[in-house]
Design a protein around this ligand. Structure first.
Ligand code: 6GU
Length: 227
């Protein structure tokens, strides 16, 4: 039973990049069952209209509820989690990625940033599990790039998607700290040396050095993560 992911968007071509890389391979190997849908397929008028002017006035357009209602009626089951990328949502995190990686079915509703008629979230929140998710405190034009980031963060935690599960535990945020710096050959490059401890063969000293580097980086860039 692969994880199923459905994405509804007015820009399905955004998601062509998910055919390549780890996610493309996971799809080829049947670990991820991913489907991208054009919201306009659930319209019925000649112009395939998905938006309209906002009640109460203001800039921009709002996505009409009817196409979303029909799309989500058809895609959501009792097993689904509906994810709505929105700068007004809860901030996405590695913790949330771990939670979502346990699910059988994720459905993404990618709206433009002025938003989808609020009644769509209200309707489905009363019937299904729904989460509004933000990538952080900045504005994107629509939910597509956010959905892609979430798909990548979640799917790499699904067993079998990343070849070496050990590579998942040592990285940034998995232990609450930022990851230590990495080096490879050559030992000297443009007058810069690899830290000698990494060439020492002393695995205890290497582990200690990496812990110190993680702490130092976290103090420097993300002191909010420290107690
Ligand atoms: Cl999830 N959507 C949009 N439109 N902008 C964002 C975001 C999401 N997260 C950060 N900025």
């Amino acid at each position: 039973e692969p994880m199923r992911i459905d994405i509804v968007t007015i820009f399905p071509a955004f998601f062509d990049v998910l055919d390549v890389s780890l996610i493309g391979k996971a799809r080829d190997r049947g670990i991820l069952d991913m489907h991208v849908h054009d919201l306009r397929d659930w319209t019925h008028d000649r112009h395939r209209t998905v938006d309209d002017t906002p009640y109460g006035g203001g800039a921009g357009m709002v996505m009409k509820p009817e196409p979303w209602g029909e799309a989500l009626d058809g895609l959501l089951t009792s097993e689904s989690v509906l994810l709505v990328p929105s700068p007004a949502g809860e901030t996405f995190s590695q913790r949330m990625a771990r939670e979502l990686a346990e699910e059988r079915h994720l459905v993404f509703a990618c709206g433009r940033y002025e938003g989808i008629d609020q009644r769509v979230v209200d309707h489905f929140s009363a019937r299904r599990r729904v989460r509004l998710v933000s990538l952080g405190d900045y504005v994107l034009n629509g939910g597509e790039v956010a959905a892609m980031a979430i798909v990548e963060a979640v799917s790499r935690l699904v067993p079998g998607v990343v070849g070496n599960p050990e590579s998942l535990v040592e990285e940034s945020h998995e232990d609450g700290l930022l990851e230590y710096p990495s080096y490879t050959k050559p030992p000297t490059w443009r007058d810069l040396e690899v830290p000698p401890v990494l060439l020492s063969g002393n695995h205890g000293a290497i582990a200690t050095w990496r812990q110190e580097q993680s702490l130092e980086r976290t103090r420097l860039h993300r002191p909010d993560l420290l107690p």
